[in-house]
Design a binder for this molecule. Structure first.
Ligand code: HEM
Length: 533
């Protein structure tokens, strides 16, 4: 039996350890209170990340809770583990940080450094300061509307493949769809949309960014698709590795825990280098991003807008193959999951709002009729109701729940409570939460495309609609994302009605199992062949 003396000794030792752990776990949690900044109560070590780590809330709910708990303030403080982060709630303040005083907030936080993960650290999203400016101006000409127009043909081909594949599945009950999540419920074809659309966005990026054609619906196990799924999976262990990088990048580097698997990194590196070599030796020219990246490397990429060349050479040759591979992988990383997420939520919203779906189908039918059944770049961009539906879907379910900035030089907030941000300080822009604030969007949970009609859209307060971020560091691929999403939807809705089936998740519950905007069990919907065209 333990003596009284050793019992005391143990009690003292344990209390001492708990006290030290508490002090270490909260050593800077008074950061905001010392500066008179409103902030949230924290938990040692976890800061305000408890609900995410313990999977008690989805990332979207978590960000909304933080935003709502800071109600009444223009900005406030929270802790990502031990790191203080300033949450911006006020649209004017968001404008200052992302546009007006952008030079003070040039960078994203980018916890995964170039040394820890070169393919990640070298990409546009993670590049900092001068190198970011150079790369952004190098790549910008690749995303002008004239370049989008050239790429339209490639993307539209993928949309056609999608529509025709589903049509074959619907008509031929014996068609093999192994690997794809396609079933039947009565006369309806039932489809898990995340799987379906991810195959589509995979094929779009494969053809338009990497210059390779892979029909992932007919070849469901193709390597490109498997690798894409691998690099964009933010669930499971990846979620914890990412949280680990937020907690302590140094510790993660020391533990040598990689965010991307080396197999996937090597796959993409080989693919890009190989494609560039083949094109160079064989003189192949294709209207895709690899071609634009090669031009950027050679310094011959011209800045064009609306078909006119202004003759300016956008860059000098200063990037090596790895720099360019990192951008191609980023296009994949940034476009593969985000666009398929938008398509999933949008299709779900259309199936559960048949009046909106009917009106959209009418617009699509009319446009196709006027263009001899062909989908053109101009037609896609002239469909107003389609644009309203896409905009409202992006408001309700923005694939990027938040974005961030890092302060790069001292910046005094020009409002009360006055506070000077210092280099390295982080700010959060809670996109999802702002989109769901009834102050800006009355009845925010209602799906109402009319918010974006010509009559109403001017009522939207500037800097409260941010699906693609804001300012010079906004999403470079936004035109491309909108184009590919609209193309897929048109190809689907001109052939099918989207229907609720028994497996359709109603109401939608965003997953708590990872950072991706998705639902547990999948986005199941029924496809009914149209007869009224
Ligand atoms: C619906 C689809 C998409 C959504 C919702 C989306 C959203 C975003 C957001 C919120 C940001 C951060 C912007 C900011 O901090 O202000 C971003 C950055 C970025 N996105 Fe997208 N994105 C989408 C599709 C794409 C696609 C298809 C591509 C490329 C082909 C792409 C490439 C990028 C890149 C390269 C950046 C970093 C830009 C920089 O730091 O200069 N995105 N995106």
């Amino acid at each position: 039996m333990m003596s009284l003396e050793s019992l005391w000794l143990w009690t003292f030792a344990i209390s001492f350890i708990v006290l030290i752990a508490y002090l270490i776990g909260t050593w800077n949690h008074d950061f905001f209170s010392k500066r008179n900044i409103p902030s949230l109560k924290t938990v040692p070590f976890l800061g305000n990340m408890g609900p995410l780590v313990l999977r008690k809330a989805s990332f979207a709910e978590h960000s909304q809770n933080i935003y709502n708990r800071l109600k009444g303030y223009k900005y406030g403080g929270m802790f990502e583990f031990m790191n203080p982060v300033l949450v911006l709630r006020d649209p004017e303040l968001i404008k200052m940080v992302t546009v007006k005083d952008f030079e003070y907030f040039l960078d994203h936080r980018a916890p995964i450094s170039e040394e820890a993960e070169p393919m990640f650290g070298k990409n546009l999203f993670n590049l900092r300061g001068h190198r970011w400016k150079e790369m952004r101006s190098t790549l910008s000409p690749a995303f002008t509307s004239s370049k989008m127009k050239n790429m339209f043909v490639l993307v539209s081909e993928c949309g056609k493949q999608l529509g025709e594949f589903l049509m074959e599945c619907s008509r031929d009950k014996n068609k093999k769809t192994e690997g794809c999540k396609i079933e039947r419920e009565g006369d309806l074809l039932t489809v898990e949309l995340k799987d379906l659309y991810t195959r589509y966005t995979n094929d779009v990026i494969a053809t338009s960014a990497f210059g390779i054609g892979c029909d992932s619906l007919k070849n469901p196990k193709n390597e490109f698709f498997q690798m894409g799924k691998d690099v964009t999976n933010f669930g499971g262990i990846r979620q914890f590795i990412f949280l680990g990088y937020l907690f302590s990048p140094r510790l993660m580097k020391y533990l040598n825990l990689k965010f991307l698997s080396s197999k996937a990194t090597e796959f993409f590196r080989f693919l890009v280098h190989n494609t560039m070599d083949t094109r160079k030796t064989k003189g192949i020219i294709r209207p895709d991003m690899i071609h634009l990246l090669m031009q950027a490397k050679e310094g011959t990429l011209k800045s064009e807008e609306n078909g006119e060349t202004n003759g300016k050479i956008a860059s000098k040759p200063k990037w090596d193959d790895d720099d360019l591979t990192a951008q191609a992988v980023l296009f994949f990383f940034a476009g593969f999951d985000t666009a398929s997420t938008l398509l999933c939520f949008m299709s779900h919203l259309l199936a559960t709002n048949p009046d909106v779906q009917n009106r959209l189908q009418d617009e699509i039918d009319q446009s196709l009729e006027e263009n001899d059944g062909k989908l053109t770049y101009e037609a896609i961009h002239s469909m107003k109701y389609l644009d309203m539906v896409v905009s409202e879907s992006l408001r309700l379910y923005p694939p990027a729940i938040f974005t961030d900035r890092k302060c790069v030089k001292n910046y005094r907030l020009p409002m009360e409570p006055s506070y000077t941000l210092e280099p390295g300080d982080a700010v959060w822009i809670p996109i999802y939460a702002i989109h769901h604030d009834p102050k800006y969007y009355p009845n925010p949970e209602k799906f109402d495309p009319e918010r974006f009609s010509d009559e109403n859209k001017d009522n939207i307060k500037p800097f409260t609609y941010l699906p693609f971020g804001s300012g010079p560091r906004n999403c470079i691929g936004n035109r491309f994302a909108l184009m590919e999403s609209k193309i897929a939807l048109v190809h689907l809705l001109c052939r099918f009605n989207l229907k609720v089936v028994s497996k359709t998740p109603i109401p939608i519950k965003i997953t708590k199992k990872g950072f991706n905007m998705t639902v547990d069990g999948g986005f199941w919907l029924g496809l009914e062949e149209r007869t009224n065209q």
